[in-house]
Design a protein around this ligand. Structure first.
Ligand code: NOJ
Ligand code: CA
Length: 705
């Protein structure tokens, strides 16, 4: 009787608390976005999102399944709600502009689950262009601070079927071509997805990756991603294709659990952008804004740069990373390279590297990447080998001292390469020595890579432990003043704001695949680039790989002006001029654009954008009054109409326009371009024809008096 009475009082108190705090509404600073948060009748937290009174996300549940504990999905009471407003402007170390506004309204819902004594908070930040929400686990009132998350149950309930620009969910790779289909067509299309990646783990026929771009039938653009992925597995999305509800699907650990957390702990932010114009997705800095400010105090050593590299000749099959054909198996401590016969095709030899250094020095490229410089490449993947590289021992034909001195004398830096072959454990063992070697020889940046299945075996590329590994490598690098460009690591979530030495990632299909897919580069800015810069390796001028390697039948299907445009449309502080020096010498007039284009900007204007169809961006050089424009096209040719009204009124400029020639064709005539100059000013409008898979690039400089 007494017991009943007490629980009745608790129930009445709960109802009172619930009705007292009721449905909570939060508006964006401009009042156009509206978030609603509530607990339903069973105490399950849910949210709903509107743009201009149109429902973008229907009531969607929030919460977790927890191992050996009751779920954190319902039975909650709202203990407290608080609100605040934040508005500040910050200056990124590098980026698409020199200052970024971070303006949001916030709502913090503090929940308790009376049946278990556990506490969980949900923090919402509403921006003009979207929402960030995260879970916060305060120190637990019941003293049990450890949670093994077996599933995160964050829903994104879409109001209807719509268009999705997606790649399959995969625990190990994002190196896929994009599909553009209705949500209802994901399942039938899924089976046609293919990636040549050697490590791939798909999990559901309706699983997709984030950042996911969507478009409603009445022209609203929705983007779902995450921000500040730290000490937690990467989030995928799994679709219920009869209800159009996406649910978060975290990358598992080796036991099949998802995340180990210890309170106090905050999850990454789950983000939903919703806008009425695709250009606003490209202009949004919501993901960066949801990350912490830089933790690196002195950032003077972080220097954006363009580079070339001893790389494409291997990718195209002309040269090899390996030094010799003598060994089919290598044991680093036992293999004697001094007696091995060089294979004659090893690209990273001192003489060849000097050729690239000379080319960089002559052409305004600040760095030279050299892959295949260190021992171990004869036997580097496929065997899930632990001790695969030591990252410090050069091949006999790579004179590290001589090359460093030579590069220095030419004002060029060498860029280090650490292929881990997925062996995270081995990399952690050697990391400090490897960075110290870089410091000794003055290498400012490293390109790292995680090809193949990760070691320890069973570890997925996007699991919590792997996520922790990548960040560990970035933090250790910062201690050594080393910039990092990590390939095959987890896709970025804006962490470069906090660790600006993370100057690029790959984490998507790049030019190394000899990309053919026309809409690829007109989708990536909406998806992969939302989290941070991509080392896409643009600038391929010779599309026919048989010209480099007679045995090859591969070819890329983009025009040269399309490749030039990428230096502007695909922002990165680290941009490669990926093709061979001889191809740039052959098309020297087109290469001039790559020589000129900067990697740091003070302003960006998004002139035209429609996912998969076209992206046109204008950017102002951070160090001059010059402007650069890039435009890419998807499957169809078009005429791009742009106004130069962003130029300073009254100033006379000269524009150099690199465009597709009339007879250009990405497949049969990709090297047909025109270069014209034109006097322009802020009143000029331009109409530039672009072929399918084509583009254009423009340099605009103030006229000399
Ligand atoms: C894959 C990287 O994406 C590529 O750029 C690199 O050359 C190879 N791994 C070898 O490390
Ligand atoms: Ca790759």
């Amino acid at each position: 009787m007494l017991k009943l009475h007490r629980s009745l009082t608790a129930a009445i108190a709960a109802v009172m608390a619930f009705s007292a705090l009721g449905d909570e509404t939060l508006l964006s600073p401009d009042g156009k976005m509206k978030l609603q948060f509530s607990l339903n009748a069973s105490g399950a937290p849910q949210y709903e999102l509107f743009l201009d009174n149109q429902e973008i996300i229907k009531p969607s549940k929030l919460g977790f399944e927890v191992k050996n504990q009751a779920p954190l999905t319902d039975g909650f009471e709202l203990k407290n709600v608080s609100r605040s407003t934040f508005n500040e402007t910050w200056a990124p170390v590098w980026g698409e502009e020199d200052s970024i506004q971070n303006h949001y309204n916030e709502l913090l819902a503090e929940l308790v689950q009376p049946a278990t004594g556990r506490a969980m908070n949900i923090r919402f930040r509403l921006y003009d262009e979207g929402l960030g929400l995260r879970y916060e686990f305060p120190s637990q009132p019941n003293g049990h601070d450890y949670f093994i998350i077996t599933d995160e149950k964050t829903e994104f309930a879409l109001p209807s079927d719509m268009t999705a620009y997606w790649i399959p969910g995969d625990y190990d790779t994002q190196e896929y071509d994009y599909h553009v289909t209705r949500l209802s067509d994901i399942r039938p299309t899924y089976r046609n997805s293919f990636t040549g990646n050697v490590s791939s783990s798909i999990f559901s026929e309706t699983g997709v990756q984030t950042s996911l771009q969507l478009k409603t039938d009445n022209g609203k653009y929705i983007n779902i991603h995450e921000a500040a992925l730290v000490d937690y597995p990467a989030m995928h999305l799994n679709l219920n294709d009869s209800t159009f509800v996406f649910t978060s699907h975290l990358t598992p650990d080796q036991r099949g659990d998802k995340a180990h957390i210890q309170a106090p702990f905050n999850t990454p932010w789950r983000t939903v952008m919703a806008v009425d114009d695709a250009r606003k997705i490209l202009a949004s800095r919501l993901i960066y804004n949801l990350n912490e400010p830089s933790k690196i105090e002195d950032t003077s050593w972080i220097k954006p740069m363009k580079f070339n590299g001893v790389w494409w000749e291997m990718i195209a099959g002309q040269g090899t990373w390996a030094y010799t054909d003598d060994f089919s198996s290598v044991k680093l401590d036992q293999t004697d390279y001094s007696k091995a016969k060089p294979n004659g095709r090893h690209s990273a030899n001192t003489q060849n590297v000097k050729r690239y250094i000379d080319f960089a020095a002559d052409n305004n490229l600040q760095g030279v990447l050299v892959e295949g410089w260190n021992t171990g490449w004869e036997d580097w993947f496929g065997n899930e080998k632990d001790e695969v590289f030591d990252f410090v021992t050069p091949y006999p034909d790579f004179d590290i001292k001589e090359l460093t001195d030579y590069a220095k004398s030419k004002g060029v830096s060498l860029i280090m390469h650490h292929e881990t072959s997925g062996s995270t454990r081995n990399y952690e063992r050697h990391l400090r020595d490897a960075y110290e070697l870089m410091n000794k020889y003055g290498y400012p940046a490293v390109k790292s890579g995680y090809v193949g299945n990760l070691l320890p075996l069973g570890l997925y590329h996007y699991s919590q432990e792997a996520v922790n590994h990548y960040l560990y490598a970035v933090k250790e690098a910062a201690k050594h003043k080393v910039m990092v460009d990590a390939h095959e690591a987890v896709r970025p979530t804006g962490l470069a704001r906090t660790y600006p030495n993370l100057i690029a990632n790959e984490s998507a299909k790049g030019n190394e695949y000899k990309v053919k897919d026309p809409w690829h580069t007109s989708i990536l800015p909406f998806t992969r680039l939302q989290g941070g810069p991509m080392d896409y390796t643009p600038g391929i001028f010779e599309m026919d790989m048989s010209k480099l390697n007679p045995g090859s039948r591969e070819r890329m299907e983009f025009t040269i002006p399309n490749q030039l445009a990428l230096y502007v449309t695909m922002y990165s502080p680290l941009q490669m001029a990926a093709d061979l020096p001889e191809h740039y010498q052959k098309f020297a007039d087109a290469f001039q654009f790559i020589k000129d284009v900067p990697v740091e900007w003070s302003r960006s204007e998004y002139l035209e954008a429609e996912p998969a169809k076209y992206v046109t961006v204008a950017r102002k050089d951070k160090n001059s009054n010059d402007w650069y424009i890039g435009s890419t096209a998807g499957r169809e040719g078009r005429v791009s109409h742009i106004s130069l009204d962003f130029l300073t009124p009254g100033v006379k400029y000269v524009a150099t326009i690199y465009a597709d020639a009339k007879n250009a064709d990405a497949r049969t005539n990709p090297q047909a371009y025109t270069i014209t100059t034109k006097k322009v000013n802020s009143k000029t409008t331009l109409n530039i024809p672009v072929v399918a898979s084509g583009g254009y690039a423009i340099r605009i400089i103030p006229e000399k008096k």
